[in-house]
Each structure stands twice: as C-alpha cells, then as structure tokens.
Design a protein around this ligand. Structure first.
Ligand code: DQA
Length: 158
C-alpha cells in the first residue's frame, strides 16, 4: 500500500471519506475537542476543496462497524484512496483494520483532536501502521489537510 496506485491514470482522483461512530454529532459533541463545525459543514468544505482540483468524493458516516466495513468493500473498486476518521474504532477495531488492508487502497487516518494529548487509550491506533500518514489536532482543518496530503500522494503515482 505504500506505493501510489498506477490505476485510473486518465480519470479524476476519487477519494472515499469515511466517518465513524458519533461523528454525526459534530457541532454539539464535546466542542472543546472537536470544534463547532457539523459534519455536513465539514463535508461542504471538503467538497469545495475537492471540486477546485477535480477530485471526486464519496462521503459516509456510520456508527456501525459492520456498515463501514461493507461500505469499504463495496466502494474499493471505484476509489483511489480513503480519508478515514474512524473515531473510537481507531483505537480498537481489528476488524476495520483488516477491512482496510483487504480493500488495498492507500488511506490517510485523521482526527479532529490531538489524540496524543488526550487519554492514553487514544494514543494507540490499530489503523495507523497501514496508513500513508496520520493527521490529528487541527479540528475541521484536519480533513482539508488530509485531502491535500492524499491527493498529492495519489497524483505522484500517476
Ligand atoms: C476522534 C478521536 C477519537 O479518539 C474519538 O473517539 C472520536 C473522534 C477525533 O476526530 O478527534 O470519536 O477520532
């Protein structure tokens, strides 16, 4: 997964954006950690940034690990990579880790909060070892930074 894929050279870059449990509550959920933007506002920011560069986005959120895993499998054939904020699943979901590895698409792990400055259980990610990189702590801008990083990574492989 380290080498950018050579597939889809001629077409637009297509990126799946995966949001885990309780990110649907952004805006009202612990704003001291996650800021004040709703997930819909973050999606709109991301879409505006993607549109400027002709990147196509597929956006999803679920509280259910099984739904996320099924979505990854279904969408893998039509995306070049993923941005993933797996929320609490980041720290424990071996099932999600295996699904990302099986999907075999490069991904950037991202977090709104700086997970390393929080409780010890948040310092561990079962996903990060398979990611292109990790971005954490920039609130909603983590999504924009992750999009930039993944787009550059994917374009470098074309
Ligand atoms: C989070 C950090 C996780 O530890 C937490 O469980 C979340 C959100 C973040 O974006 O900062 O739900 O992924």
């Amino acid at each position: 997964m380290r080498r950018p894929p050579a597939a889809n050279r001629a077409s637009h870059v297509r990126i799946g954006v995966v949001n885990g449990p309780k990110l649907n509550l952004l805006g009202e959920r612990e704003p001291e950690h996650y800021g004040h933007k709703t997930l819909a506002e973050i999606e709109a920011m991301l879409r505006a940034s993607a549109e400027r560069r002709s990147i196509r986005l597929e956006f999803m959120q679920s509280d259910d690990e099984r739904v996320i895993i099924a979505w990854l499998q279904e969408h893998a054939p039509r995306v070049d990579g993923w941005l993933i904020n797996a929320a609490i699943l980041t720290h424990s979901s071996e099932a999600l880790r295996d699904a990302l590895v099986a999907a075999a698409r490069p991904f950037v792990e991202l977090h709104l909060s700086n997970v390393f400055a929080r409780e010890p259980f948040r310092h561990r990610s079962v996903l990060a070892g398979h990611a292109v990189g990790v971005i954490a702590g920039f609130r909603e801008n983590s999504y924009l930074l992750a999009l930039d990083a993944l787009a550059e990574y994917l374009l470098a492989g074309r």
